[in-house]
Write a protein that binds this ligand. Structure first.
Ligand SMILES: *[C@@H]1O[C@H](CO)[C@@H](O)[C@H](O)[C@H]1NC(C)=O
Ligand SMILES: *[C@@H]1O[C@H](CO)[C@@H](O)[C@H](O)[C@H]1NC(C)=O
Length: 235
């Protein structure tokens, strides 16, 4: 039973790899194999490059309040050292106190997927494809910024930064493709959700005032990398 489940994961990952090469499919942004910046940040060697031992954490709140989405939960302790280094250099930064890779975003669910699938149906798809076991590779430490426009914010008019680890994960695109297939099969408008477009897999580390999203015209692309990331040496 366990063996066949493992084999099923392996064959899905292999199929994903075969259909993408290493992200070489048209439209999936190619990740740099390595980066060559002045600064390097180290995560704990414990950062399992997938997180199969961490339970899936559901988010089934009010979609209109961005409460329904899908995440791959990551071990916070593994990335905490990087947050602390960034906080010391660029801080003070706010941490969310947890780490995850958003796989289906709250706006994607609210504005598209919800019209065809419930959040439970989306979860059934991602769990069937073993979301928590999907491999990912940290690519770099990145940051994006925007000018705060909220008149109520004490930082109004100021440009503020959000810091994150960008990751490469063909398997997450493969899982999103399964969600897209089900969405279209249930009558979802194909022009409203795409498994590639607008998906920037990352682990948010911290921010000065708030996170910035594509809706704010802040895109977590590889162009925003500014430091290398390496596993810490085991001592
Ligand atoms: C790795 O995790 C184990 C168990 O949680 C912990 O005892 C150990 O200190 C961690 N190692 C590092 C380098 O963080
Ligand atoms: C970030 O650094 C500040 C000092 O600049 C410190 O007071 C704060 O506790 C740090 N935040 C976290 C979450 O560690």
């Amino acid at each position: 039973m366990l063996v066949s489940a493992v084999a099923a994961v392996a064959s899905f990952a292999a199929a994903a790899a075969a259909s993408y090469g290493s992200n070489a499919v048209v439209g999936v942004p190619p990740a740099p194999a390595s980066t060559h910046f002045k600064d390097t940040y180290y995560f704990n060697t414990n950062l399992t490059l997938s997180a199969p031992s961490i339970p899936y954490l559901p988010h089934r709140g009010d979609p209109a309040k961005y409460g329904s989405y899908v995440q791959l939960t990551v071990d916070f302790g593994s990335v905490l050292p990087i947050f602390q280094q960034l906080n010391a250099t660029y801080g003070p930064l706010t941490s969310r106190g947890e780490a995850h890779i958003t796989v289906i975003t709250p706006p994607e669910f609210l504005f598209a997927i919800k019209n065809a699938l419930t959040i439970e149906e989306v979860e059934a798809i991602v769990l069937k494809h073993n979301l928590q076991s999907t491999p990912f590779r940290p690519v770099c430490v990145a940051r994006q910024s925007q000018v705060v426009t909220a008149a109520t914010s004490p930082a109004v008019g100021k440009r503020t930064f959000v810091y994150n680890i960008l990751v490469d994960s063909p398997g997450l695109y493969a899982i999103r493709r399964e969600v897209q297939k089900a969405y279209i099969a249930k009558g979802g408008d194909p022009s409203n959700f795409d498994y590639i477009a607008g998906f920037y897999p990352h682990i948010t580390l911290g921010f000065e005032t708030n996170d910035w999203f594509p809706e704010d015209h802040a895109y977590k692309t590889y162009a925003t990398c500014f430091a290398n990331i390496l596993p810490a040496r085991r001592v």
